[in-house]
Ligand binder design. Structure first.
Ligand SMILES: Nc1ncnc2c1ncn2[C@@H]1O[C@H](COP(=O)(O)OP(=O)(O)OP(=O)(O)O)[C@@H](O)[C@H]1O
Ligand SMILES: [Mg+2]
Length: 257
């Protein structure tokens, strides 16, 4: 089981879209995929038609007490989606209260990793959608994953947010036994705009080893897919955006071999 976290401290850079699109592509070729929504806004949860305000059980349950998580507890949280091979561990809005209860975070950094131990043989891939804030939830995502994917919007303001994320990775690495590997993916790329073109050039210069060769273009099909609640490859497998994510996925899988 491969665990990938998708995170960036900047909002609206394409994190949830990356999770959903990669999941659709992985499921299509036969992999079993688990998605974990760690964002209190619950965009990923809403994507698959669950209401984050109305769920009685969610990933929040894992944070009721620090320490061991039982297999039954994890099982009770798994939800099906409209794609057979994709399951979801949903978020509820209660997650927001967790970030505020900072004093209680002692020992809470590994709750997601603990839960995933019970699911090792059931999924091929786990994709974790992380909120755009550095807090106990993002720490859980980074601690649980084997590889981190950092979507970065190709515009200059986004470079600052990215710098912050890279500093967070260094901080996390001090606590991890094994260094966290990561891939930066340029998103919202529009080759007709100077901002996109020069930002991509800058990304190449700053992060030559971590930058993905696949570049995700601006593509309105992503929004259409999210409005319909279907994975983008099910809406239009031939779209430019889906093609770019398929390229990214091939390189990620290749890299992990
Ligand atoms: N490559 C793209 N081209 C066009 N629109 C996109 C693209 N990627 C994402 N979007 C749209 O942009 C919006 C923000 O994307 P998304 O929700 O994936 O970002 P996010 O990083 O998860 O945001 P947040 O930080 O709020 O969780 C969504 O409406 C999504 O459909
Ligand atoms: Mg999101």
């Amino acid at each position: 089981m491969q665990i990938w976290a998708i995170a960036n401290q900047k909002g609206g850079v394409g994190k949830t879209t990356t999770v959903v699109t990669l999941a659709g592509l992985l499921a299509e070729v036969g992999y079993k995929v688990l998605l974990i929504d760690l964002d209190p806004h619950g965009s990923l949860t809403s994507y698959f038609s669950y209401e984050p305000d109305e769920l009685d059980h969610s990933v929040y349950d894992l944070f009721q007490t620090a320490g061991d998580v039982t297999e039954n507890q994890v099982n009770s949280l798994l939800c099906s989606t409209n794609v057979e091979r994709i399951q979801l561990l949903p978020a509820s809005t209660a997650l927001a209260t967790l970030e505020r209860r900072a004093v209680e975070h002692e020992g809470m950094g590994l709750q997601v990793a603990r839960a995933l131990r019970h699911l090792k043989d059931r999924y091929d891939y786990v994709l974790i959608d992380s909120p755009p804030v550095l807090g106990v939830l993002m720490v859980n995502a980074l601690a649980a994953c084997h590889h981190l994917i950092v979507p970065a919007q190709t515009e200059f303001l986004a470079l600052k947010g990215l710098e912050r994320m890279i500093r967070t990775i260094s901080m996390i690495n001090r606590a991890r036994k094994k260094k966290l590997s990561y891939t930066i993916i340029p998103t919202f790329y529009d080759r007709r705009t100077q901002a996109s073109v020069s930002c991509l050039r800058e990304l190449h210069k700053l992060y030559p080893d971590e930058l993905a060769s696949a570049v995700i273009p601006v593509d309105t099909k992503f929004r259409n897919a999210s409005m319909k609640g279907v994975v983008p490859s099910a809406l239009d497998a031939g779209s430019r955006g889906v093609h770019a994510y398929a390229r990214l996925l091939r390189s990620l899988i290749e890299q992990r071999r």
